[in-house]
Design a protein. Structure first.
Length: 185
């Protein structure tokens, strides 16, 4: 008789019972590296790939995590200068819209960062309502490029830390001259 063996509500393995009195269950746990439906190897079984769960975490994220999600890439000049690719956006940064309906417009200052809605409001990106008043249009931070950063001591520290880790990453896995000389001896 063929059946399923489970322990604590988790299906562990399929079993083949041989005796008439009851089925025997050889417990075999799933491997640490799971194989997904597409056949790709999943490195960490404790990180979910579920669209439903990822969307839930995204829309229920607390403010300190939303800050990191609301990061924007730096312009090519700033990237060269600081050796950093992106930074969490902040009020008073100067940005340029590079995607969507408002792209290509002149550079504007960030007026407000609205974490609850995952949008930023930019100085010159406005539209007129039906009653004639003008309102700022919300734009997602991934659709803009930071052209000038508002720097203070904390932000400078963040830039230095990110640049240092990026430099360490480039050196990672490379042999130094001393180690090559020792290997040749």
């Amino acid at each position: 008789m063929t059946g399923w063996c489970s322990e604590g509500g988790r299906v562990l393995a399929r079993t083949e019972s041989t005796n008439a009195s009851g089925s025997t269950c050889a417990v075999s746990f799933p491997p640490a590296i799971e194989e997904t439906a597409a056949g790709n190897m999943k490195l960490n079984p404790f990180v979910t790939s579920s669209r439903r769960k990822n969307r839930k975490r995204h829309f229920n994220a607390p403010s300190h995590i939303r800050r990191k999600i609301m990061s924007s890439p730096l312009s090519k000049e700033l990237r060269q200068k600081y050796n950093v690719r992106s930074m969490p956006i902040r009020k008073d940064d100067e940005v340029q819209v590079v995607r969507g309906h408002y792209k290509g417009q002149q550079i504007g200052k960030v007026v407000q960062v609205y974490r609850k809605k995952y949008v930023i409001y930019i100085e010159r990106v406005q539209r007129e309502k039906a009653n004639g008043t003008t309102v700022h249009v919300g734009i997602h931070p991934s659709k803009v490029v930071i052209t000038r950063l508002k720097l203070d001591k904390d932000r400078k520290k963040i830039l230095e830390r990110k640049a240092k880790s990026r430099a360490d990453g480039k050196e990672k896995g490379k042999y130094k001259e001393e180690t090559i000389e020792k290997m040749q001896e």
